[in-house]
Design a protein around this ligand. Structure first.
Ligand code: SF4
Length: 286
């Protein structure tokens, strides 16, 4: 962190002196929410979800935009308070915002946890290989979003250039590393062909054994409400799920679920109908 190279912005500020780069995070991490989460994927639940301020993306549809815009919100991360609340749970899942821009503080917190409580990092995947190396040995689950395809959507929606080569490199590295990797992809209205299909096709081609969860809980939040390109509306879930499950590349993913419901547990049309009627919304539209 001196100079900081935790994420691919590589701005190089001195985080140990509490300097701040574009992510807004300083030496200490700040918590803006923490609760016992029963609705994450079965591998992670029940977990204590700990939401940290600071992020390097500026997603138009961010569900936690206020804490990205003002990373000074919340309270200082207290490892012992987190450890007490984690007793009896499977996992502490660090979320955000973005935990990997707060990696040192997260590692210090992980050290205070009971031995039988795992650690999950929920990331947008924009970390550096150096940051990934630093996670080895204490991170059990890397929960990485593959949000966008190789086209211009990452730039248009999250103000990030060079997204696809970095994300695919990082997911390949993470899959080969000492973590269990779970890749999440949020279906967004109007982005099934440009983002979802190439993302799932790449995963099927390169990482067919990796756990993949496709999420349907998109809601138009933050600046998405102002957009006229389709992101200002909710996802039409049943036809979107049916379309995704019909793609041949999707069928090559060995461990696929939709909102945590395994593909094997239901035929595609039944699953789409069940999701529609249940209003399942696992996952967040970060
Ligand atoms: S994590 Fe923050 S401070 Fe570090 S390189 Fe990225 S933007 Fe800069």
């Amino acid at each position: 962190m001196t100079p900081c190279r935790l994420c691919e912005i590589r701005c190089g500020v001195d985080r140990m002196s509490d300097q701040r780069g574009p992510c807004g995070a300083g030496r200490q991490a700040r918590v803006y929410n923490a609760f016992t989460h029963l609705g994450e994927e079965p591998e992670l639940s029940p977990c204590l979800a700990v939401f940290l301020t600071g992020c390097n993306f500026r997603c138009a549809f961010c569900s936690d935009g206020a804490h990205v815009d003002d990373p000074g919100l919340g309270v200082a991360l207290d490892p012992h308070a987190i450890a007490q609340r984690a007793v009896g749970l499977k996992m502490v899942e660090f979320v955000g915002g973005l935990p990997d821009v707060n990696l040192l503080a997260v590692a210090e917190c992980a050290e205070a946890l009971p031995d039988d409580v795992g650690v999950a990092i929920n990331t947008n995947g924009w970390f550096t290989p150096e940051a990934l190396d630093a996670m080895a040995g204490w991170v059990d689950w890397l929960v990485a979003d593959l949000k966008f395809g190789p086209g211009p959507c990452a730039q248009a929606l999250a103000e990030i250039s060079g997204y696809w080569p970095v994300l695919t490199r990082n997911l390949a590295l993470a899959a080969a590393g000492p973590f269990r990797l779970l890749v999440r992809h949020l279906l967004m209205p109007g982005h099934l062909r440009c983002c979802t299909r190439p993302a799932l096709a790449w995963l099927a081609e390169r990482l067919p054994d990796v756990r993949v969860n496709v999420m349907t809980g998109y809601r138009p939040l933050h600046r998405a409400t102002l957009r006229a390109d389709g992101l200002g509306r909710r996802l039409d879930r049943a036809p979107a799920v049916a379309e995704v499950l019909a793609w041949p590349e999707t069928r090559r993913l060995k461990h696929l679920s939709i909102d945590g419901v395994s593909r094997e547990s239901a035929r595609a049309p039944d699953l789409a109908r069940r999701l529609e009627s249940a209003g399942t919304a696992r996952g967040r539209g970060r």
